[in-house]
Every structure is written in C-alpha cells, then in structure tokens.
Design a binder for this molecule. Structure first.
Ligand code: KIV
Length: 278
C-alpha cells in the first residue's frame, strides 16, 4: 500500500474530504491507528507529557523525536508521518532548523516536519521547504511558548487577535507549508482561516470548519480519566479496563491459576501440579 504524501493531503482539501490526524509515539499504536484508516500520524512533542511524564513539552530533544519517529514509521502502511520539531531545534536560526529537520527525516523517518509559530518561523519554513522537506505549520496555542503565553489558553480572541492569527497562518502558507495546525482557536476564527487558505487546516480545539482534526491518541482512547480538556472527546474509556486486566493478572499470578497448562510447555507424559503455595 502507498503512503499518503503531502500532495495527497492537499488534494483532500481540494476534494472537500476531511483529514483525520492522530498522534502516536510507538510501533504498536502506529499499527493500530494505521489499521483504523487515519490519514496523518503525528509524532507530537506532546510525548514529553503523555509518554515521558513531564509537565510540558519543553524538555523533549531532537534525539527523542527521531527515536519515536522511527518506531512509529515501522508501524505505518498508509498514513503520512509528520514529526514535531521540539523546542530550541529551530528557534536559533533557519540553518539550525534545516539541519534538525534533515535529522528528523534521516533518523526519524519523517515524511514532513511540524514547527510552531507564525511569521517568526517563516524564514525557517522557507529554507526547509526549499530543501525538499514538506512542512506543517502550527498557530494558535503553541505549547512550546506556554511560559510566554501564561498557560494553555484559547488564542485569536477579539478582532485584533483574529486578524493576527490570520496573518500568521498566511505567512506560514506563503513560506511554503503544505498544511497547518490550528490549536485552541475560536471556531468562527478557525472557519475564516480555513476558508482563506489554500492549504488544509487541521484543528484541535478549533471547531468543525477546519479541513481536518487532530487529537492525542492517549486522550481519545481515555488512557487518563483525570485529564479532560473541553476539546477532547474520549472515543473509548480504556484506563479502567486496562487496570482491571492488570488486576486480574496480578490475582492469577498470586493464586497460581496463571499460567495454566495451555500456557505452558508440558511433556505429554507428565502432569504439572501446583506443588507450592505461597
Ligand atoms: O504535540 C502534539 O501532540 C501536537 C498536537 C496536539 C497538535 O502538536
């Protein structure tokens, strides 16, 4: 099966087909989301929070992203793979950005890379795309700037905020990005941005008028019942069944009912009995 390309994804907007994107951080999840027909898989730097257990995404390195990128790539047959450029891997200079984007393609098996920011990242986007690496932009709430933004808040509010967001999105498109994520943006603003751009918009907390949607896999599968921002819909509640399965395992190990004969390699002429009770 052929992997989705940047051009295929742009054509989806032209054909008015919505794009389904989801994050994944390992091979097993990659196989599952690919089998479900997801169009784009993002190895997001959200892995700093949901995979590594940090409070934010700021500690994630290019090495981390490259490692998780190649793990995910091995599980994909059809979906397009975008890998996030982590904090401080593209902010210093466009040349630094190009070098790290190249590493994510070579070592992380990325088909495209994603950078946060509007006008300020345009020079980096230009250089990366000129080198033949497709780029996904990301405006609105940009989690790598959480300390400057004062928290994880809706962006693009009010006439001025909306105009600034549209200018930023256009700058990202004009610099050569083939697609752009809109995070935590009022739905009517995201609708206006989506209608104004030629490239597909992928929303997270940005309403239904975007050209596609993205969610963090752990959120949509309900791995953490303690985390439920407004924009997350849990399509499953897997935390409790997973804990229950683990409890059943612990119980059977303790009472000696696991492993049973069918899980053991038993000589035909010997019946194994539980001989020792703890
Ligand atoms: O890192 C991430 O998972 C993201 C998505 C939430 C868009 O950037």
């Amino acid at each position: 099966m052929k992997r989705m390309t940047a051009l295929d994804l742009q054509k989806m907007k032209a054909d008015r087909q919505r794009i389904a994107m989801v994050t994944a951080y390992d091979y097993t999840m990659a196989r599952i989301v690919d089998a479900a027909g997801v169009d784009m898989v993002l190895v997001g730097d959200s892995l700093g929070m949901v995979f590594q257990g940090h409070q934010d995404t700021l500690s994630v390195t290019v090495d981390d992203m490259a490692y998780h990128g190649r793990c995910v790539a091995r599980g994909l047959k059809r979906a397009h793979l975008t890998v996030d450029m982590p904090f401080m891997s593209y902010q210093v200079s466009p040349e630094q950005a190009l070098q790290n984007a190249g590493r994510l393609v070579q070592e992380g098996k990325a088909q495209s890379v994603k950078l946060e920011g509007g006008m300020r990242t345009a020079p980096a986007i230009e250089l990366i795309t000129a080198a033949g690496i497709p780029v996904v932009g990301h405006v609105g709430l940009t989690p790598q700037s959480v300390n400057a933004l004062g928290g994880y808040r809706v962006q693009g509010r009010g006439d001025e905020g909306a105009a600034r967001l549209l200018d930023d999105a256009k700058a990202v498109q004009d610099a050569g990005a083939f697609c752009i994520v809109l995070e935590m943006v009022p739905a009517h603003v995201a609708a206006q941005v989506s209608a104004s751009l030629q490239i597909p918009t992928i929303g997270i907390g940005a309403g239904v008028e975007c050209d596609g949607q993205v969610l963090v896999c752990n959120d949509l599968l309900g791995f953490d019942t303690g985390f439920k921002p407004r924009f997350v819909k849990r399509f499953a509640e897997l935390q409790d069944p997973m804990i229950e399965a683990m409890q059943a395992y612990v119980g059977e190990v303790r009472d000696g009912t696991f492993p049973a004969d069918e899980h053991s390699f038993i000589r035909k002429d010997s019946a194994v009995k539980v001989t020792k009770l703890y």
